[in-house]
Design a protein around this ligand. Structure first.
Ligand SMILES: [Zn+2]
Length: 133
C-alpha cells in the first residue's frame, strides 16, 4: 500500500528530527501533499495510527494540506491552477502543457513537539520525504 510506505517514511523522518529531544512527545505533524502524489488522506490517516504505535509519535495528529496542480504554459507564459488530473491545459490560451510547477510535493511542513519540563511546544525544521515516492 502506497500510503503505508509514506506513513512509515514520515515516522522515520520525524523520529530522526526529534532525536535531539529524547523525552519529547510529538503532538502534531503537518504535511504538504501535491495532488499528483495521489495520496488518499483517509488511508494515510489509518496507516498513521498503525505506524505510530509504540513510537514517540503515538497519539499525534496528522494534518494534511493538499496542494493543487499548477502548470506553466510555454506559449503565453501564464501559470494555471488545475481542478483535476484529467486535462493539462493552460486556462488562458488552451495550450496542452505538462510543465508542472506544483502538485508533486510530499513534504513535512512542520512538527510540533512537547517537552515534559518545558514551557511550551517547539517546532522542528521541516524536512523533505521524497524517498517515499
Ligand atoms: Zn497559455
Amino acid at each position: 500500500m502506497h500510503e503505508l510506505s509514506i506513513a512509515t517514511s514520515i515516522v522515520e523522518s520525524v523520529t530522526e528530527s526529534a532525536a535531539a529531544y529524547p523525552h519529547a512527545r510529538i503532538l502534531e505533524v503537518r504535511l504538504r501533499i501535491g495532488t499528483l502524489a495521489s495520496v488518499v488522506e483517509d488511508s494515510l490517516q489509518f496507516c498513521w495510527t498503525i505506524v505510530t504505535e509504540d513510537t514517540p509519535l503515538a497519539g499525534s495528529r496528522l494534518v494534511v494540506r493538499t496542494l493543487p496542480i499548477i502548470v506553466h504554459c510555454e506559449v503565453c507564459g501564464s501559470d494555471s491552477e488545475l481542478a483535476g488530473v484529467q486535462s493539462f491545459h493552460c486556462l488562458r490560451c488552451g495550450q496542452i502543457t505538462a510543465d508542472f510547477r506544483q502538485g508533486r510535493e510530499l513534504e513535512i511542513e512542520s512538527i510540533e513537539i512537547e517537552e515534559p519540563d518545558d514551557a511550551g511546544p517547539i517546532s522542528a525544521p521541516p524536512e523533505e520525504v521524497e524517498e517515499a515516492l
